[in-house]
Design a binder for this molecule. Structure first.
Ligand code: 4AD
Ligand code: MG
Length: 475
């Protein structure tokens, strides 16, 4: 359907041509002389309006009432011009074959607009709605544009492991890996879906990664750093996991992260890369997902297209953490969380800065106090701050977190000691500083937050096909 309707003539080039459409029925309206069947195949937002008269082959299916919302059909016909105001062309049906019928009274997605909360409970069927079809296509375009950007700029894509023994962020928000033995253990039935239990019913944590502790990765950064120390610029793009039990519209337990790592680079290079990357992918969806973006602009967030154009065309704001704190201290706005140099910025502070102070422009805040940032960030000369940066955008808040890495062995060792981290377990990471260390920097972008930002979808659970968050792992 996208091939036919996506062209400059909106299908007029196809007049008189025969076409075979395979898709799912959105609606079926039986009128006295003809029947209108709207079919969607997911290739685009538009349906193909199929017009069927009673002499067409397969009309008995219409009479039997099986051509209902949700059924899958194959429709052969000829493209003709349409009288309707919504489309230039339609399909004059010659033959309809029912592929998979449906029980209309039981089909969960009815014609009336269902709430997104409800649609989360039918995550296996929600891609058949306009909104989730559009989100899936824009997400796909963002992923494609991500690889395109980095490939065109000479970055090498690296697969970082999902199972790891190290905690990159040092925040202790890791899921533990345990081994499941789907058989009997000491005579106790152990169903496949439960964690191995001992005789007294307690969880047996010794069933871990072949006798050693292991976790799901929170970030591929440390692995990316090793490859950047050999191949120069690299990036990862894969799933990451955080065991933060927070029920917010911006947090998932499983999310995809894009993590470029630049060799021979400092924080300024890092911020320039983040800016160029974000502008590139936003421009890409504006140019290549026009129909879906128009849909979001009308139905999900009015004006989003203009705001995204501004992101592409205007410079981002840059300021230091210290300046940001000053702005927050000066305003008359009352915040729930206290503002004080040394405390982390909360989402209310971040939103105030991007939405109110800088009128919707992306803002990069740099040079954060070292106490609130991870061990690997490079210490600034003031000894109080580190070369870190967060990129904030309206509605979503923190979209990117990055930094220049501490490449000086003694500084890094001192930092690990100060934070009581086990130096021995970072031996390989420290080796990078022992053998041919280079200044390097990188960042992580939360892919679902990017999808939120680009579509206007307000809850992160609607930006990924199957969200993983407290209480949702069913599908
Ligand atoms: O700021 P974070 O924790 O940074 C890192 O993990 C670094 N190792 C990245 C790097 O320098 N290579 O996470 C990076 C981004 C955040 O800015 C946010 O967009 C996203 O990951 N993120 C989440 N997205 C969804 N759900 C969560 N629970 C997230 N936690 C972080
Ligand atoms: Mg962060």
């Amino acid at each position: 359907i996208a091939d036919v309707k996506g062209g400059p003539g909106q299908g007029l080039e196809w007049l008189g041509k025969t076409l075979s459409v395979r898709g799912w029925v959105r609606t079926c309206r039986v009128q006295r002389s003809v029947t209108f069947i709207e079919v969607n195949d997911g290739s685009c937002l538009s349906n193909m309006q199929c017009v069927m008269s009673s002499d067409a082959e397969g009309y008995d299916q219409v009479e039997a009432g099986t051509v209902a919302t949700g059924a899958s059909v194959l429709v052969d016909g000829v493209i003709v011009s349409s009288q309707g105001s919504k489309q230039k062309v339609e399909l004059k049906v010659e033959k309809l074959i029912m592929i998979g019928s449906t029980d209309p009274s039981a089909y969960p997605i009815q014609k009336k607009r269902a709430s997104r909360e409800f649609l989360r409970t039918v995550a296996h069927l929600r891609p058949r709605t306009n909104t989730f079809g559009a989100v899936a296509r824009v997400r796909n375009a963002l992923a494609y544009a991500t690889h395109k950007f980095f490939q065109e700029n000479g970055f090498v894509w690296i697969s970082s492991p999902i199972i790891t023994a190290s905690d990159c962020e040092g925040a202790g928000e890791q899921f533990c890996v345990t081994t499941l033995i789907p058989s009997t253990r000491e005579g106790i039935e152990c169903p496949v879906n439960t964690i191995p239990a001992t005789k007294d019913g307690a969880i047996d944590w010794s069933q871990d990664f072949f006798g050693k502790p292991a976790f799901l990765t929170v970030s591929g950064q440390l692995n990316a750093e090793t490859y950047a120390s050999a191949l120069s610029d690299v990036y990862t793009f894969g799933p990451t996991f955080r065991a933060e039990n927070s029920n917010t519209s911006r947090h998932l337990a499983e999310f995809w992260m894009i993590e470029p790592e630049l060799a021979f680079a400092d924080l300024n290079d890092d911020m320039a890369c983040a800016t160029a990357y974000l502008q590139y992918v936003v421009k890409y969806v504006l140019e290549n997902c026009k129909e879906d973006m128009d849909f979001f602009n009308t139905w999900v967030e009015k004006g989003i297209i203009d705001r995204l154009r501004d992101v592409v065309e205007k410079d981002f704001v840059q300021l230091t953490y210290t300046d940001a704190i000053e702005i927050l201290l000066k305003t008359k706005r009352k915040f729930e969380f206290p503002v004080k140099w040394g405390l982390d910025l909360q989402s209310e502070h971040e939103r105030f800065i991007t939405e109110d102070v800088f009128a919707g422009r992306p803002v990069i805040i740099r040079d954060y106090p070292k106490e609130i940032k991870a061990f690997y960030m490079r210490q600034n000369d003031d000894e109080k701050t580190v070369a870190a940066m967060d990129l904030l955008v309206p509605r979503v808040g923190e979209l990117i977190g990055g930094s220049q890495r501490e490449e000086r062995l003694e500084h890094l060792e001192r930092r690990l000691e100060a934070l009581n981290l086990n130096k021995d377990s970072y031996w390989w990471y420290l080796d990078l500083r022992r053998f041919g260390s280079v200044p390097h920097a990188g960042f992580g972008l939360g892919f679902e937050r990017l999808v939120q930002f680009a579509t206007g979808i307000d809850n992160i659970r609607d930006a990924i096909p199957f969200p993983r968050a407290p209480g949702s792992a069913e599908f």
